[in-house]
Design a protein around this ligand. Structure first.
Ligand SMILES: C[S@@+](CC[C@H](N)C(=O)[O-])C[C@H]1O[C@@H](n2cnc3c(N)ncnc32)[C@H](O)[C@@H]1O
Length: 338
């Protein structure tokens, strides 16, 4: 047989794993040169074709093998690999983690974090236990390098409480909701005005029908999102007029915010809005108060969420306020409610 070292065996099986579970990406039909070449070269002394080798060996491609490879390549600690195995017999969940780690090219530290979070997630039942919520452990969802990111655990709580079949996030930023839904196996659509891959402008684009819309808009101009995305994507991204963080006045911002809310309410069962106050100098502006007042009959609930990290960085220098360390989650009934 043309395979001589364990490393070659592992590498070939990894490729076969890709062929089996990512057949759209790693097509065994000649389009994926690197996979085809490796397999053809390693097995050139074999009298069988690599296609038949693949089909003959698919049974060997189980999840433990994939995990073993992560351990061997020092991307995952043995203890964590064992921990993932404890998620068994939920092989679908294990595969989802595997896919996630491969596709998002997570490093060893992040992989361990995912495993810990998924174990935490498995033990979680129901939604928040009270209306004062706090998530000291941010979780691996999304990216905490992105200014204004939210903890994915809020979305986990919303999903556990309201049990949506489909979630929509029109301003997904670093993709926190996308990651949560992927691990929880919830149908998801979402985008962002500055996203390369999932471009979506909530002011102009069509909103899909969904069970739960998670809406985390800019808190007016506290963060300039063209700058935040320029830093995040490490390239210059010019500001867009429809970016809510570019609104020239608070009145203009509130008008656009209400336009978005009206539009989103039409297509969902529930709309969950995460929003904070805008405090600057001695000025106190509260989009939350405006929303609750304007949409009072639609409001189903309102929670206070502890804001743990953001405030220290940019908001409270030379201000007359005690540092605000809270924001709000407003739950509203959409047109499809009930
Ligand atoms: C508070 S951030 C969302 C952060 C996200 N929840 C996360 O965890 O990364 C607000 C986002 O709204 C986006 N945005 C602003 N105006 C928009 C518009 N008209 N349509 C879609 N996205 C918009 C910004 O680009 C920014 O990413």
């Amino acid at each position: 047989m043309g395979v001589e070292t364990d490393q070659q065996v592992i590498s070939i099986l990894r490729r076969i794993y890709n062929l089996k579970y990512h057949s759209d990406k790693y097509k065994p039909n000649g389009e994926d040169e690197s996979n085809n070449n490796v397999i053809v070269n390693v097995f050139k002394s074999e009298p069988i074709t690599w296609e038949s080798f693949v089909s003959n060996n698919l049974d060997f491609l189980d999840f433990p093998l994939w995990l073993a490879e992560l351990v061997d390549s020092q991307k995952l600690k043995v203890a964590h690999a064992n921990a993932i195995m404890k998620l068994s017999p939920d092989e679908t969940l294990m595969k989802r983690i595997a896919d996630f780690v491969i596709e998002t090219e997570k490093n060893a530290k992040e992989t361990n974090q995912i495993v810990e979070d998924v174990l935490r997630l498995k033990n979680k039942t129901g939604g928040p236990k009270r209306s004062l919520i706090s998530y000291p452990h941010r979780g691996f969802f999304g990216d905490n390098e992105f200014s204004g990111n939210a903890s994915g655990w809020l979305l986990v709580d919303l999903i556990l409480l309201y049990k949506p079949k489909k979630v929509f996030d029109p301003m997904e930023g670093s993709g926190t909701s996308r990651d949560v839904c992927r691990i929880m196996d919830i149908e998801y659509e979402g985008g962002d005005i500055y996203s390369d891959k999932h471009k979506f402008d909530v002011l102009t684009d069509e909103v899909p029908v969904n069970d739960l819309t998670f809406f985390h808009p800019p808190y007016w101009n506290i963060i300039d999102y063209s700058k935040a995305f320029s830093e995040f994507l490490k390239k210059e991204i010019p500001p867009k007029e429809n970016d809510l963080s570019q609104c020239p006045t608070f009145a203009d911002y509130m008008e656009k915010l209400f336009f978005c809310i009206d539009k989103l309410l039409k297509k969902c069962k529930r709309l969950a809005i995460l929003i904070g106050d805008v405090t600057r100098g001695t000025e106190f502006l509260s989009p939350q108060a405006g929303i609750i007042w304007h949409y009072n009959e639609r409001v189903e609930d309102c929670w206070i969420k502890e804001q743990l990290h953001e405030y220290a960085r940019y908001r409270y220098e030379q201000q007359s306020f005690v540092p605000h360390s809270h924001e709000y989650v407003i739950i509203m009934k959409g047109d499809l409610y009930g």
